[in-house]
Design a protein around this ligand. Structure first.
Ligand code: ADP
Ligand code: MG
Length: 355
């Protein structure tokens, strides 16, 4: 298994009107051995292009890609130590499940017994043994995708690449496959680069999330870092639900920021450099805001929406002309506020993230 490094990697296409398309701009990235890294971003942001450059299917315009210490810029896709799993399973329809999975090893001219042993091993790990002699058309979509995964894993690649492999599956199966991919990747210790536009997929599977926007990296971090400490408005907005509150820094201490808003002063934990009078935005997640009875606090808001969701009660609370999304868990014991009620808002120090 190998680390993957991208240094100032750029890809410029020329479209059918002879215009330049800057699909990927100056991407710098290190994915460690055995790490599960996900490229996350909206459609068209350059995820697939980045992945295809790693695989060697797409030539890079400028920059360098390394597998371990080795520069692979000039190495053809079939000689690179990586395998890609696609959204369309791309199984050979005229071959059995066994033949499909054995195919790559046959091309590599491995002895017959070794091929059989490796394929049987992977089938055992993935509980596919009973489907061995079936044709792809006799399998469900989920089973076909698992065969496609087995076909990639059996090659024991140094790097495993995935391009939205679960998009064609129904919601329930997607959840199961997330766990299965994650389990196999960890068990085999393979470095994985996974592409998705689905933030919950990225959050639940990854060691490291790389958020992309318009061909550039916006932020790299663990799922927690990306969610709790988004660096940009784009990241805050793209991952989960974000409330934004405008303010001005009124005081800076070693570990705290005091922020003057329209009607109050809020405290936040300081991450990074800020100066007094900086105009800033705070990101607050819906579940981090506390709602209290009107008389309990100084910061007031008005409930404009109150929806019972089962696990949560979801509110919209008007505060200084902004509608804040507020989620309260377990409404069973909680007081439920009705539309029109005035409530006090409490923003715990940890809940306010300044960008
Ligand atoms: P994503 O996978 O994040 O949806 P892509 O990497 O497929 O994004 O595409 C990034 C940008 O590059 C898009 O604007 C897309 O239209 C453009 N693009 C991708 N492939 C080509 C190509 N072969 N020729 C011209 N433009 C392309
Ligand atoms: Mg894509």
């Amino acid at each position: 298994t190998k680390s993957v490094t991208l240094k100032s990697v750029t890809k410029t296409f020329i479209d059918d009107q002879n215009k330049f398309v800057h699909a990927v701009s100056d991407v710098n990235l290190v994915i460690k051995q055995g790490e599960f890294a996900t490229l996350l971003g909206p459609s068209g942001c350059g995820k697939t292009t980045t992945l295809r450059m790693v695989a060697g299917f797409e030539e890079i315009s400028t920059g360098d890609i390394f597998f371990g210490e080795e520069n692979v810029n000039k190495i053809s896709p079939n000689k690179r130590d990586c395998t890609m799993v696609f959204q369309s399973y791309a199984l050979f329809p005229h071959m059995t499940v066994f033949e499909n999975v054995a195919y790559g090893l046959k091309i590599k001219k491995l002895p017959k017994e070794e091929i059989e042993r490796k394929v049987d091993d992977i089938f055992a790990i993935m509980n596919l043994t009973e489907h061995k002699t079936r044709m792809p058309s006799q399998l469900s979509g989920g089973q076909q995708q698992r065969v496609a995964l087995a076909r990639a894993l059996v090659m024991e690649p140094g790097v495993l690449l995935f391009d939205e492999p679960l998009s064609n599956l129904d919601a329930k199966l997607r959840l199961l496959m997330r766990d299965e991919i994650r389990r196999l990747q960890k068990r085999l210790g393979i470095t994985a680069i996974y592409v998705t536009h689905d933030q919950s997929e990225a959050m639940s599977m990854s060691d490291k999330v790389i958020v992309m926007n318009k061909g550039k990296i916006e932020q790299i971090g663990t799922p927690q870092e990306i969610y709790q400490r988004p660096k940009t408005k784009f990241v805050a907005d793209f991952i989960g639900t974000a409330n934004f509150i405008n303010g001005k820094i009124s005081k800076v201490t070693e570990d705290e920021l005091f922020i003057q808003t329209e009607d109050s002063v809020l405290k936040a934990i300081r991450h990074g450099d800020f100066s007094v009078d900086d105009a800033i935005q705070m990101v607050v997640r819906p579940e981090a805001i506390h709602l209290l009875e009107e008389e309990s606090g100084e910061i007031k808001g008005k409930v404009v929406k109150s929806v019972f969701m089962g696990q949560t009660q979801d509110y919209e609370v008007e505060y200084n002309g902004v509608n804040l999304q507020v989620t309260v868990h377990n409404p069973m014991g909680e007081r439920i506020y009705q539309v029109g009620e005035i409530v006090s808002l409490h923003f715990p120090r940890e809940s306010l993230h300044v960008i």
